[in-house]
Design a protein around this ligand. Structure first.
Ligand SMILES: [Zn+2]
Length: 246
């Protein structure tokens, strides 16, 4: 069991929250019960996850995408009201960690995805949110590995090199960072989502681009964080997958 404030302070330091400028609050977003022994984790604080957490009698929910999104109205209405109301009436704490959870060097989304995909010599690129590393594989084997590890068929665009040696990646909606990957002269850039202009940017700059799913690439940070907190504070934990094909 751990006190809610102690847990919030611990995560603030562990994830180096103060070092990030983000569009959403990172940390406790909705306050619930004071003492926490059971946590549930999921990618996003959607209604389905909150309902499942209530069924599981969770004291706290940990997510990567909290209830506050970029460019969203600042009112508690509609489905946001429903979510906040359920959390408050069941005394469940909601903790959300966005950029700090992408970037963390041990349990972050990027490093955890890189490990699953067998990427060697992984390192964050300074001045950017993307990571780089090395592979010794061919494109068809790598696509099959992605599908096996993240349970989603990846989409592939741009130049299709048979041999893949240098890779850059960033989980989620990081297709806009393709120019950072082009600067690094990697063979392949992987992110979660793809935009209309991304395939041409990859093709014209002699690079392969893979869209492996926003949700699919961001399950592992919150799982890693929850596992770490369980070991540290002797908590019970359950990851709940709410299917999302984007
Ligand atoms: Zn995301």
């Amino acid at each position: 069991m751990v006190n809610q404030k102690e847990l919030n302070n611990y995560c603030h330091d562990y994830l180096d929250v103060a070092a990030f400028e983000d569009y959403c609050p990172n940390g406790l977003q909705v306050e619930g019960v004071e003492n926490i022994s059971k946590i549930v984790s999921g990618v996003s604080a959607n209604l389905a996850l909150i309902e499942r957490a209530i069924d599981e009698k969770a004291d706290a929910i940990f997510v990567h995408h909290g209830i506050f999104w970029k460019n969203e109205g600042q009112t508690i209405t509609g489905s946001k009201r429903r979510k906040v109301s359920l959390l408050l009436s069941h005394n469940i704490n909601l903790f959300g960690y966005h950029l700090p959870l992408d970037a963390h060097p041990k349990i972050g989304n990027n490093v955890q995805l890189g490990k699953r995909l067998g990427i060697q010599n992984m390192s964050p690129v300074s001045g950017s949110l993307i990571w780089q590393g090395e592979l010794n594989t061919n494109l068809s084997d790598f696509l099959a590995l992605i599908e096996e590890k993240v349970h989603r068929k990846p989409q592939v665009f741009g130049r299709k090199f048979e041999k893949i040696q240098r890779i850059a990646w960033c989980t989620g909606a990081a297709q806009g960072f393709i120019n950072d990957a082009i600067e690094l002269s990697v063979d392949l850039y992987l992110s979660g989502e793809v935009s209309e202009q991304t395939p041409a940017a990859a093709e014209e700059n002699n690079m392969t681009f893979i869209s492996a799913g926003h949700h699919a690439t961001e399950r592992y940070g919150v799982k890693g964080l929850s596992k770490h907190l369980c070991e540290k504070f002797k908590l019970q934990h359950q990851y709940i997958e709410v299917e999302n094909s984007v």
